[in-house]
Structures are given as C-alpha cells and as structure tokens.
Ligand binder design. Structure first.
Ligand code: FES
Length: 658
C-alpha cells in the first residue's frame, strides 16, 4: 500500500510505502531535514507539524491519525504543547495514510554556501526573505474573499505558511494591481515567515539583499544574490560624515551642538549608502526594488546616527546606548531606497563603542567556536576594537586609535589609492629608501618617477618600522638628527623630518616626508591598540596568544612583521598573524544569507564581556611604555630578533612581561 506525503513549504510530494518514517520519506523526496542523531530518536531535531483537514488545491486529506501513534521517545522529546499541536519526530512517525507535513524553520537543512572573500567561510543559505509563487482563483460572487485573505489562504494552502501573516503597508498598496496584472499569478516575498513585504505580478525568482559596513571613515557595501548565496557587487566610499568630525567623539559632539546636527549626519550617511546601492544595482542590471533585505553594521555611534538615535549618552560615562539589541526597522523609515516594504536589520551592539560591526567580525571569525587556542582579533579602524578569548570566555575593548592608520592626520597621508606609498624599505647602512606605490609593480629606485602622491595607512606603518630598524628613529620615537644624511632635515614646524621620496620622483612636485608629528601619531595609535590587547590578556590571565587576526581593510595591506617590529600587536610568531580583510562586511553578508546568524549574533553580543581599559589603574603608565619601539618594558623576542636587537632574557624579560 502506498500513500501521498507532501512537505511544506517546499511543496515536495510523492508516494511512499506504508510504514515508511517521515524522515525516510523526506530523504526520498529530497527534503533536507535536521537529523543530528541519524534517526535514532534521541536528538529531537527532526520535529514536524502534521496538518489536518481537506486541502482541495493539493487534493489531499491529512490527519495525524494517518501516522502511527506517538512513541515514548516522542513523548520525551516533544513538549506537551507541541504534542497537542500535532508535532511529531520525523524519524519515529510512520506513514499509514496521506499526510501534509509542515517543516518548521528549525528542522530544515539549508544548503551550505561559501562566502567568496578569499577565505572560506561556510554557512547555510537561509535568508530572512523568501519568495513564494502563487496561482490564485479570482474572486466571484460566491467567493468574495478580500485580496489579502485570498493571498494568505494561498500561502497557507500551497506552502503551509501558518499563523497570522502580517502585510506591510507598501505591499498592501500594490496588492490589487499585482494580483490582477498577470491573471492572479503572483510572487509573494515573505520576511522571516512572519510578514508579507512585497507582491509582484507573475513568477519572479531573483531576490537580492545588501550588506553595509558603516565605518567611521569608510563605507563598504555588498550586493548579494540571496537565491544563489553569492556576492555579485561591491562598492566602497568615504563616509561623508567625515566632514562633521574625523572620529566618533567629534561626531557625537556635532550631534549635541546643533539642533539639526544628528539629522544632517544621518541624511549624509543614508544618501551615501543609497548612492552605493544605486551603483551596484546599475552594474548588476537590476532595479533597487529587487533588493528585498538589508543588513547594516557599524560601531555604536555610527549605528545610532544611521538610525537617527541620539548618540549623546554613548559619548559620556557610563556610555549607555539607546538600544543594544538587534533592530528590524523599515528600510524606508531610514530613507534607504530599496524595495518599499523591505526591512533593515541592524545587528546587536556589544557595549560602549563596541558595536554591531564587531559582532559582525565575530560572526565571520567565530572565535567562540575555538576550543583551546586563544585568539586575539584586532579590527583596525579609526576606532580600534580588540577581542580576546575562545569558546570559554571572550573579552573585548575599544581603543581610540585615531585616523592615523587610515592615512589621515599624517602630513602626506592619503587613502589606499593609486599613487599611495604602501611599502617602504630603508638600507640601514646608506639610509637609502626603496618604496612601492599602489598601482605600480616596480619599486623605487627601479623606476625613477613613481608618481607618488602620498602615504597610505600601511605605508606609514612600514615607513615608521623601517625608520626604526635603520636607526633613523630612536626607541622613544625621536628622529635621530645625528645621522649624516640629507634625508633627515628640519621641517617647516622646526621639528625634524625624514624624506621618503624626493620631489622629482613624485606626482606632487615636492618631497614626501615623514614628520616627527607623523611618527607621534603612529606611536599613539599603536600604543592604544597594544595597551588594549595587553589589558585583555591580563584580565584573561594569559601572557601569549595563539593567533592574531587582523581585521579591517587596513589589516589586509599591513605588513605583519613591521606591525610587530613597532610593537603595535603583542609579540607572536609572524606566521600566526593572519589578515582577514573586512571581516565586519563579511559578517554582515553572512547575516544576510543565513537568518540563524542573527540569533547567533544576539548570543555572541551577550557573551562578550566589555572591559573599559582606559579606566584601568596604571593605564597611563602602560600607555607611555607602549609608545616606545617596540616597547619600553615588554620583551618582544620575535620583534627584537627581526630588528637585529638583543633579545631580553632572565630578569629583564621577566620584568618586561609583567
Ligand atoms: Fe534525531 Fe529524529 S533524527 S530525533
């Protein structure tokens, strides 16, 4: 004897022999069901709901009585309420008649996809928005149901989407026309199985989403194909709020000092995000209305300004944000121009300035799955964020790095763009300089005219590290005026400076120099990062880390050995330092592709303990020691070996590590 089994919402149907379990039926019909225990009845992951009644469209009468009665295992694994609502374990329930089965979200196995960022990051493809194609019957005098009810009934009957589905106002406005344009054939987009957010005439399969990392200085946006799980477009731009202040505190100050300050800044960033979306959809040949979901991440201040939330109280102790949890807002309420009914999801914040961007970094890197290794994740931006730990405990802090590492506040600083000096080498004997600019393969002096226009963030770190290695900089950061070279001279401010590139080599027609002030800005930034990391290590009770992850676009280009030489990161074997690019952008994309990551983000944000390092006793003392190259007290054996300096041993090293 064979019976019909239909699985919803996929609509897969087929005939199975009497006595087949629903898990076997699902496997035969290609329906992915969670079954961690392999069907032993012990994991409780394979829960399904049995529908009751006659379903004319599907031509089936389904009832829980068409299955064998619940077993002992089911009575243990299912809650009383679930048993009452006709939930069953697929691996225990055997078919004895026709059944219509609804597979809840949690029991579905979604396909695995891999984010293309150069690093393999596998996740389930299970976006928050899903499209359903419906063929409905038109209203008649005998069936005068309203359009909305007709749509909901169709979703229930054809895809088992139960419960009271809400409908967005914009979707409601488009409903009558959408239903009638193609003779009652429509594609409905449902958000989180809870709300109808778009209704389009005919069959529409493509769904897109956008992920945006709203950085203090840079915006990075990604256009994602939610059906295939691939990123199809990328764009970045300066955050236009830079004109209101370079760092987060000056943005908070601007919002506080003018009645329209917050609105101006919100408007500026939203318009920039819209611009990036417009460029990406134009290149992909789609319309912005086809973008049905957006995930945005940013530090606490960027998050607040983007949402139009008053950031003033984030800027003063005890640094309380307006809201810490995740937000699902209407994209249109924020002024974001995508599908009119689309939601904008903002990942949760951690604490103080450590915001949703750091949560996104954690989603991408998953230190919370690390069993034994201790990971140190440093997201280098205008505001640096540091996370330390593993599955057992995670600590985080933020460091006011300043914009020096992004090429700002440096006399010849510029963004990482063609013409920026990105790599530097200095001969310790002759003090002659070799350097490479972005956009050219050859190094100076291999090519005489380099067209250099300035120095980018990784270039300034390289330059400072090489100046120290070659003896141009003393351990306290002063430029050594005693060296006999024309490259060291007195600058306009009366302070010494070092000539990196002579005027004829450059596109500026003037020498490009590293000034004493530039060196100080790098020292401040590197000391802030190092002290942050070191305090977290102290709190966790470790004196070394197993892996250092450098996140942020800057981290990608940073020469890890030179970062170590100047003591920007704790001493570690250089092979154990990895650069992962814009992990915050990757995490935002992952949350776009896999809705379960949004729940995971909430758990992670709650798990991470925030440490206010600036409030630690002796902060100033530690900071001053960290200003020196590589450090005034800590041992730095790997860095010292690379610098050709004697490695501190015995008492000295013991004191250095304290
Ligand atoms: Fe584990 Fe059914 S597969 S309980």
């Amino acid at each position: 004897m064979a019976y019909t089994v239909i699985f919803q919402p996929s609509g897969r149907r087929g005939e199975v022999k009497a006595g087949t379990t629903l898990l076997e039926a699902a496997q035969q019909l290609g329906v992915g069901l969670e079954s961690a225990c392999g069907g032993a009845g012990t994991c409780g992951k394979c829960k399904l709901r049995i529908e009751s009644g006659f379903f004319p469209k599907l031509g089936i009468t389904s009832t829980p009585a068409h299955l064998t009665p619940p077993t002992e295992e089911e009575k243990q694994k299912l809650e009383a309420r679930e048993l009452q609502d006709d939930y069953r374990l697929a691996c225990r329930a055997r078919v004895e008649g026709d059944v219509l089965v609804y597979v809840p979200e949690k029991s579905r196995v979604a396909p695995q996809v891999i984010l293309e960022t150069g690093r393999e990051r596998a996740f389930r493809l299970d976006p928050a928005v899903r499209k359903y194609y419906l063929e409905l019957s038109p209203p008649t005098l005998r069936d005068p149901r309203d359009d909305c009810e007709r749509l909901r009934d169709g979703l229930r009957a054809q895809y088992g989407l139960g419960g009271e589905l809400k409908i967005d106002y914009a979707a409601l406005l488009s409903l009558p026309e959408a239903l009638r344009r193609e003779n009652w054939k429509v594609t409905v987009t449902v958000w989180m199985d809870r709300e109808i957010i778009a209704v389009e005439p005919g069959r529409k399969e493509l769904a897109y989403g956008v992920a945006v990392d709203v950085g203090t200085t840079t915006l990075a946006a990604y256009l994602c194909d939610l059906g295939r799980g691939v990123t199809v477009g990328r764009k970045s731009a300066m955050n236009p709020q830079v004109r209101y202040g370079e760092d987060i505190l000056s943005r908070v100050g601007y919002a506080a000092s003018r009645p329209s300050g917050l609105e101006e800044m919100q408007n500026a960033v939203v318009q920039a995000v819209n611009g990036l979306i417009r460029e990406m959809v134009a290149e992909a040949g789609i319309s912005s209305e086809e973008v049905l979901d957006i995930v945005l991440v940013g530090n606490t201040v960027m998050h607040h300004i983007l949402c139009g939330l008053d950031p003033r109280f984030v800027g003063q102790a005890p640094f309380a944000p307006v809201v810490k949890g995740p937000l699902d807002l209407r994209a249109r309420d924020l002024g974001i121009e995508i599908a009119p009914g689309a939601k904008a999801h903002l990942l949760p914040l951690e604490a103080a300035f450590v915001g949703a961007d750091n949560v996104a970094v954690l989603l991408a890197e998953e230190p919370y799955r690390q069993e034994d290794e201790i990971w140190l994740i440093i997201d280098i931006g205008t505001n640096g964020e540091v996370v330390l730990g593993n599955r057992r405990r995670l600590l985080c802090t933020s460091c006011a790095t300043g914009p020096a590492l992004e090429g700002a506040q440096i006399r010849f600083g510029m963004r990482a763009a063609p013409g920026a000096i990105e790599k530097v080498r200095i001969d310790s004997h002759t003090l002659e300089v070799g350097y490479k600019v972005i956009g050219r393969e050859e190094w100076y002096p291999e090519i005489g005219h380099t067209g250099a226009r300035g120095i980018c963030g990784s270039g300034i770190v390289d330059a400072v590290a090489e100046m120290f290695r070659a003896g141009v900089l003393l351990p306290d950061g002063r430029i050594n005026r005693r060296l006999a070279t024309s490259r060291i001279r007195q600058g306009e401010d009366g302070q010494p400076e070092f000539v990196l590139a002579w005027a004829p080599e450059t596109a500026l027609g003037q020498d490009i120099t590293v000034t004493q002030k530039d060196v100080r800005a790098v020292q401040l930034a590197k000391a802030a990062l190092y002290v942050g990391a070191r305090f977290l290590m102290q709190k966790l009770g470790v004196d070394k880390v197993d892996r250092i992850v450098l996140a942020g676009a800057f981290g990608t280009y940073l020469d890890r050995e030179r970062a170590l030489m100047i003591g920007m990161i704790p001493d570690c074997e250089p092979e154990r330092i990895v650069a992962v690019g814009n992990a915050a952008g990757d995490g935002a994309q992952i949350a776009l592709f896999d809705r379960s990551k949004r729940t995971e983000a909430v758990q992670v944000a709650q798990q991470v303990e925030f440490v206010e390092t600036a409030a630690e006793p002796d902060f100033q003392k530690h900071f001053l020691a960290a200003m020196a190259f590589p450090h005034a007290r800590d041992a730095f054996p790997h860095a010292r070996r690379m610098l050709g300096l004697p490695v501190l041993t015995g008492d000295l090293a013991g004191r250095a590590g304290s």
